[in-house]
Design a protein around this ligand. Structure first.
Ligand SMILES: NC(=O)c1ccc[n+]([C@@H]2O[C@H](COP(=O)([O-])OP(=O)(O)OC[C@H]3O[C@@H](n4cnc5c(N)ncnc54)[C@H](OP(=O)(O)O)[C@@H]3O)[C@@H](O)[C@H]2O)c1
Length: 367
């Protein structure tokens, strides 16, 4: 489909779709449980006459923003959309109909809508006589919407495990000291990652060792993520803990038989090897509308997520520092021999100040 779309689309359309993918990314972290979507409307000469993105759940969809911006110029124009226009009346009307009503002559979209309640937009457009092309820059657009697509396909949030380590793969020195391995620039970059996710998760070990804050700082207009502490016995989040401030909501996950109530909201989950059942935790977060999780450690909880097959993307901040001893970034993970190694594809490497940020995704996953 992507090849046919590539053949059917012209250079103006490819450029406009790339712009739409960029616009969609502006919504990361604020549209859940909806996808991020971008839309660009171009006229017959290839000039952009309107553009928009889905900014927040409950707000207008990308197509509506773009149509409003285009006004009368939408008549006879082409809409480039990163996701198949919806055919569903939710908090807003169906975008397929809005495009038809505005007189759009051609719609080129990147990714088909896998959501059974919203799909059918392309068919509605075709029935109304609109020329429809699917699959232009599909892989790029799908990567930008990975969190939402994963959550629709798997019924659980997309998980990014993030860690900061020395070049020899250690997250603390032998004596446990770890502040700071990576640079201020790398630590600031983590706030951008947090802002793009719906929830930030840490284990009770990190809670005890670091008393982390986990909210977003320094990014204007960011929607704060839900802060989640996985604390089987309900003993790690002590009064005065930084996650208890009012900078962001906080949820403490404890075992079903724990009766104590802390200052934060508590959710009770089944136990499993090592602590709480990871799938139950992700199911609970999904039910709360969380579509993307940033797992910030530590190594023990990260190992449990890996063993549960629940890590989709890894973001490692590597500092040009050697420690020689101290805990490794990942502990366990159920891997005992090289043939079981979890293989990843590096999708990006970036210098962040003196450090390196490596982003990798799972090569292939069977579910
Ligand atoms: N450099 C980095 O990127 C980074 C990031 C985070 C942390 N750290 C460092 O990592 C260290 C803490 O790591 P850690 O490995 O000791 O602790 P952790 O991974 O933060 O927490 C592990 C604890 O989580 C609880 N847990 C609940 N359910 C679990 C499950 N299914 N599987 C595994 N654990 C589960 C367990 O304790 P209970 O069952 O008793 O609740 C377990 O001991 C600190 O030194 C911190 O500074 C470094």
């Amino acid at each position: 489909m992507a090849t046919a779309a590539a053949a059917a689309a012209n250079d103006h359309e490819r450029t406009a779709m790339r712009r739409a993918i960029g616009l969609a990314a502006l919504g990361l972290g604020s549209t859940s449980p909806n996808p991020v979507v971008g839309c660009v409307i171009v006229d017959a000469s290839g000039e952009t006459v309107g553009e928009g993105h889905h900014q927040r759940a409950g707000g207008p969809h990308a197509e509506v923003h773009a149509l409003r911006a285009a006004g009368e110029k939408a008549r006879g124009a082409t809409a480039l959309v990163t996701l198949e226009p919806c055919n569903h009346t939710g908090r807003t009307g169906p975008c397929a109909q809005a495009l038809i009503d505005a007189g759009i002559a051609r719609v080129v979209y990147a990714v088909g809508d896998p959501n059974p309640t919203a799909t059918g937009g392309a068919q509605r457009l075709r029935t109304a006589g609109v020329d429809v092309v699917a699959g232009l820059l599909e892989a790029e657009a799908a990567a930008g919407n990975a969190a939402w697509l994963t959550s629709v396909r798997l019924g659980r949030p997309h998980v990014t495990w993030k860690y900061a380590a020395s070049l020899d793969g250690r997250i603390a020195a032998d004596d446990g000291s770890s502040r700071w391995i990576t640079s201020g620039e790398a630590r600031a970059d983590v706030h951008r990652l947090r802002a793009e996710c719906d929830a930030v998760v840490v284990g009770s070990g990190t809670q005890r060792a670091d008393d982390p804050h986990l909210a977003v700082r320094g990014i204007e207009g960011a929607v704060q993520p839900l802060r989640v502490v996985v604390d089987t016995n309900g003993t790690a989040v002590r009064p005065g803990a930084r996650v208890l401030d009012d900078a962001a909501p906080t949820l403490v996950a404890v075992a079903e038989n724990v009766t104590a109530e802390g200052a934060a909201e508590t959710v009770r989950l089944p136990r499993a090897d090592g602590g709480l059942d990871i799938h139950a935790l992700l199911g609970e977060l999904h039910a709360r509308g969380v579509r993307s999780v940033l797992l910030e450690g530590g190594p023990t909880l990260a190992g449990a997520f890996v063993a549960a097959g629940a890590v989709d993307r890894v973001v490692g901040y590597l500092a040009p520092v050697l420690l020689g001893a101290g805990p490794a970034a990942l502990s366990g993970g159920g891997i005992t021999t090289i043939t079981e190694a979890l293989r990843l594809d590096v999708s990006e490497t970036v210098r962040i100040g003196p450090d390196l940020r490596v982003t990798a995704t799972l090569v292939a996953k069977e579910h």
